[in-house]
Design a protein around this ligand. Structure first.
Ligand code: ADP
Length: 276
């Protein structure tokens, strides 16, 4: 881990998030590269609260499928700096934009790794709540890891009814839009599975799956598509039955029928190696 900020040299900007700027840095002592996320002291108080929550969660997670935190520092000016494991191939969102859509075989490997990350979180009673292509990062070793815990929550009670409206709306599950239609009786874990199914379908199709390509909807249109639109079906000609079934298991509108992460880990789409 990194002992002090003065051991680091900033090299370049990697990305701009809601909470701050992320830089590629070098640790002068070891010559190792890291990512450094800087949250400015004058940022919005909601963003600051989310960042503190992210730090709290990153500090207690250690998994090969979750981006690792290697140090947190507070500068004299009040800025917060979070040193993270460098994911040098970028986000799945970036890779989709630059390389085009993913093959089914690659998606089965990606889904398997994200499921292992989600399983780690869910066992620890952490719900991510913002799974989407931009929050899944890849490194040059083709390791896939979950990042950005600003919207996550640690479930103190098994049933958490007082859900707040945060997270990215396009990837939010039907029960988060309309808890009363589901008896208000959901716990958030199934929402991560929905978001994963939508993410994998989008990476295959190349566009957000619940709306016609290129559409920039208002949130009512989005809510209607998510809650009452036709169930998503992938084209039969270009996909295997296992892949279509996996997406179906993730995207049951009724969350009580949706598969859990531990069930999905043994789904043939991820458990059988398609390269054989
Ligand atoms: P925010 O939570 O403020 O939205 P993110 O954590 O999503 O910020 O980071 C913003 C961008 O910075 C990401 O989309 C990604 O391009 C880049 N980034 C974030 N973390 C890393 C990392 N560990 N390695 C490489 N790039 C990263």
């Amino acid at each position: 881990t990194i002992q002090q900020l003065s051991d680091l040299d900033v090299l370049e900007v990697l990305g701009q998030g809601n909470s701050g700027t992320v830089y590629r840095i070098i640790h002068k002592v070891t010559s190792d590269f890291y990512a450094l996320k800087i949250i400015r002291s004058d940022c919005d108080p909601i963003i600051r609260r989310q960042s503190l929550r992210e730090i709290e969660i990153l500090r207690c997670t250690r998994s090969p499928y979750i981006v690792q935190c290697d140090g947190v520092f507070e500068k004299a000016c009040g800025d917060i700096a979070i040193a993270l494991e460098l994911m040098d191939a970028g986000s799945l969102d970036y890779l989709l934009k630059t390389n085009g859509s993913f093959t089914e075989k690659l998606l089965s490997k990606i889904a398997g790794q994200v499921l292992k990350g989600l399983n780690y979180l869910h066992v620890q009673k952490i719900v991510h709540r913002d799974i989407k292509p931009a929050n899944i990062l890849v490194n040059k070793k083709m390791e896939v890891k979950i990042a950005d815990f600003g919207c996550s929550r640690i479930m103190c009670r098994m049933l958490d009814t007082c859900d707040t409206f945060i997270g990215t709306r396009a990837y939010m599950s039907p029960e988060r839009y309309d808890p009363s239609a589901y008896g208000g009786n959901y716990n958030g874990y199934a929402g991560d599975v929905w978001s994963l199914g939508l993410t994998i379908a989008e990476l295959f199709l190349g566009y957000y799956p619940l709306l016609p390509p290129g559409e920039n909807p208002d949130w009512i249109t989005l809510m209607c598509a998510i809650c009452s639109g036709e169930p998503l079906s992938l084209p039969e000609t270009s996909t295997s039955p296992e892949f279509r079934d996996f997406i179906g298991c993730c995207l049951h509108k009724d969350f009580s029928k949706r598969w859990t992460v531990s069930q999905l880990l043994s789904h043939p789409f991820v458990s059988q190696d398609l390269s054989l």
